[in-house]
Unconditional design. Structure first.
Length: 189
């Protein structure tokens, strides 16, 4: 097989994967594609930035790949949450006041996309590209707002994990109200 044929084969495969994801998940498929693109671009930009400054290390690159694999697992868990929610509500015959579709996955994807974009901008800055201050600030502000809206107060810089705010309120209170469930019923045999 010659080079143009191989290139066409690769393009066809990529197009088929994109078509499959968007047909399967609709607009969420596009969010997955954007996220995967951001993950790849961030890894490439980070590697190039490290190489250009003479700081490239295979162990750090490998750690970056493990980090990306962790992101994939987190997105898969979010997708499984959405699937479980729709299967359980459909199987139980529960009709919610909202349409049950992808709820968790888009939020997780959006958070990762914003995180990856911030990292790409940071790596571009390390490569010497002038980065508008408003772009850095906007990405940081948007990520902070997402975290606040979903109960994350700040990131632990040592472990790169979020501090989750614990609410005194029952996290399932809204669902219990919707289903007409009361705490008194929980004690009945």
């Amino acid at each position: 097989m010659n080079a143009p044929d191989k290139a066409m084969e690769i393009k066809g495969t990529i197009a088929a994967i994109i078509a499959f994801l968007t047909a399967l998940w609709g607009w969420t498929g596009w969010a997955v594609i954007i996220w995967i693109s951001c993950v790849l671009l961030d890894y490439i930009a980070g590697s190039v930035a490290a190489k250009s400054s003479g700081e490239w290390s295979s162990s750090i690159a490998r750690a970056g790949l493990w980090h990306k694999l962790g992101e994939i697992f987190a997105v898969l868990v979010a997708a499984l949450c959405d699937i479980a929610l729709s299967v359980i509500t459909a199987g139980a015959g529960v009709e919610l006041p909202i349409a049950v579709g992808p709820l968790v996955t888009p939020v997780v994807l959006l958070w990762y996309i914003i995180t990856e974009l911030g990292s790409i901008v940071e790596n571009a800055g390390k490569l010497g590209a002038p980065i508008p201050a408003w772009l850095r600030r906007s990405l940081k502000d948007y990520k902070d707002r997402l975290d606040e809206q979903h109960g994350v107060s700040k990131m632990d810089t040592k472990t790169d994990t979020p501090h989750i705010e614990q609410s005194a309120q029952d996290p399932y209170e809204d669902i219990k109200k919707t289903l007409g469930y009361s705490d008194d019923e929980a004690d009945d045999p």
